[in-house]
Unconditional design. Structure first.
Length: 197
């Protein structure tokens, strides 16, 4: 039963198989024809190119024999110029910063930051310059100031949602209260601090 079914299927599909085999054979022949044609074209181009290069190299060789001395001098000059350029850049890189008064970071004295923000008159973009205060917190500070009035001391900022003791300690050296010192630390107590850092 199975062999009969296989025989029927193979008999039905055999014309298709032979057609596919013929198409593959034609494709192989066409590929062989195109490749052999391409090979012949490339071969003839290479032969002509090599002949041209041979003629050209004879001309170049005769020119080079006449100009070998200038070519040698030019190469030596280029080498000397490159060496001088490298040495000059090294000298500039090493000596010039010290000649301009540059000092290593360890030799520089630290200076206290004089950045102060008047918390009662600053707009929200100015308040974003304070460390760990972004646009949202600065807008909350301005809204609270408009609603409850000016801040009299630094601890008044704790009533704003999002400002805790840690943030207050970070921004307190940069706050200025015009009426009294308002809980600010004095300039002598102020440690070296930088905004946003």
């Amino acid at each position: 039963m199975k062999s009969g079914l296989f025989f029927r299927i193979s008999r039905v599909l055999s014309p298709w198989f032979s057609l596919a085999a013929q198409l593959v054979a034609r494709g192989v022949r066409l590929c062989h024809l195109y490749l052999s044609l391409l090979f012949r074209i490339v071969q003839s181009a290479l032969v002509k190119g090599l002949q041209f290069i041979g003629l050209l190299s004879d001309e170049i060789r005769s020119i080079r024999l006449a100009d070998w001395w200038t070519e040698y001098v030019n190469r030596q000059f280029a080498k000397i110029a490159l060496c001088l350029w490298i040495v000059l850049n090294g000298v500039l890189w090493i000596v010039l910063p010290y000649g301009l008064g540059w000092q290593p970071e360890a030799a520089c004295s630290r200076r206290a930051c004089e950045f102060l923000v008047d918390i009662n008159s600053a707009d929200w973009p100015e308040l974003t310059l304070l460390p760990r205060i972004g646009p949202i917190l600065s807008q909350r500070i301005v809204a609270d100031r408009e609603k409850h009035g000016p801040f009299t001391r630094a601890e008044d900022l704790l009533r704003i949602r999002g400002i805790g003791p840690g943030i207050l300690r970070g921004i307190q050296p940069f706050l200025k209260f015009p009426e009294n010192n308002g809980g600010n630390i004095t300039p002598e107590q102020r440690h070296v601090a930088r905004p946003n850092g």
